[in-house]
Unconditional design. Sequence first.
Length: 414
Amino acid sequence: MTDTVLDRLLRYVVIDTQSDASSSAQPSTEKQKDLGRVLVGELLGMGLSDAHMDEHGNVYATVPSNSAKTVPVICFCSHMDTAPDFTGTGVKPNLVTNYQGGDIPLTGDPSRVIRMSEHPELHNQIGHDIVTTDGTTLLGADDKAGIAEIMTAAQILIENPDIRHGAVKLLFTTDEEIGRGADKVDLAKLGAAFGYTLDGSTIGEIEDETFSADGVEIEITGVAQHPGTSKGVMENAIKIAADIIARLPKEMAPETTEGRQGFIHPTGVTGSMDKARLSFIIRDFDNDELTQMEALLQQITEEVLAAYPGSSMRFTVTEQYRNMKEVLDRHPEIMDNLMEAVRRVGLEPVSHSIRGGTDGSRLSFMGLPCPNIYTGGHSYHSPLEWISRQDMEKSVETIVELVKVWEERAGEAR
Ligand SMILES: [Zn+2]
């Protein structure tokens, strides 16, 4: 067993860890624990004696401090599950060594080709060793690249006691892809002051902003009547629901927005004559804008209902997660130290906003401020997923530099 970051990635991706939103258990699939057990074994093998997996499949371990200073405890976090969007069973990784440009055909499915024209990041990969799938599964670099990078960085810290660092906590979660990654994390047990998820993409890109996210449910009660004798009486809940959908502002939809624009997005509709139910997700980077979009949706619903005097509706907003920037701005050293580490590995840090959420957005509001760092992976959740060894090595270097920066900038000796 060898332990380069590439070896680790190749070892972890063949373990099927797909999560399943239809299960209410955590982990949603028991097979996620297969990877958890491997990781715990490897961590114990490295000498991290507190490494363990809890009943929810979350893996915890500590690289003890070797500094005389009081250094904030930092956590690095990645998720073990892969997305339900594409199968993760029977992953056969393929290694393209010393890539010289051009399209990369996938050997198991001739219809699948990673084209340079569609993957412009390939232009920065000349001479790199690129891992792909055979085209029949996703790769699962999201987020096993993050795991491989954290594991490799931990090993470097253990093997190089001259690198001074505070206590470093490792956390590997389950069910991130179905939005539950942070649900069962025991932050008191973890005992970290700040965290970083390794769950990003292109090297150099760091993410300190996510959407703020709410769900809205609209339950409509219409007036049911025999269709033969319903003139002037029936109020069909299906038609009320359709009227609401038809009046959604077209410029506030996922398909018409980008960058920092938010949206109102219907995700589900069920209905019969007497009852209908509409499900929405509402997203924006700004909490006030989010609230305004919800008010607008409620106003549209009330206006539609005005034409149906016998019908009623219930409008319920549920908070899902909040933009982590609000929390991170209170602790500027988290991003300052990260930017410094990125520069030290020779990259120019680029701050990005995620049009989505991460474990980090939930963890930030649970009390563990937690921006996101690049792993080097691309085309996540698809059979065209790819990542290079050299980019993974940059991520490993970044983790190591980051713990050094925290130690250097920490207060005086205890
Ligand atoms: Zn991920």
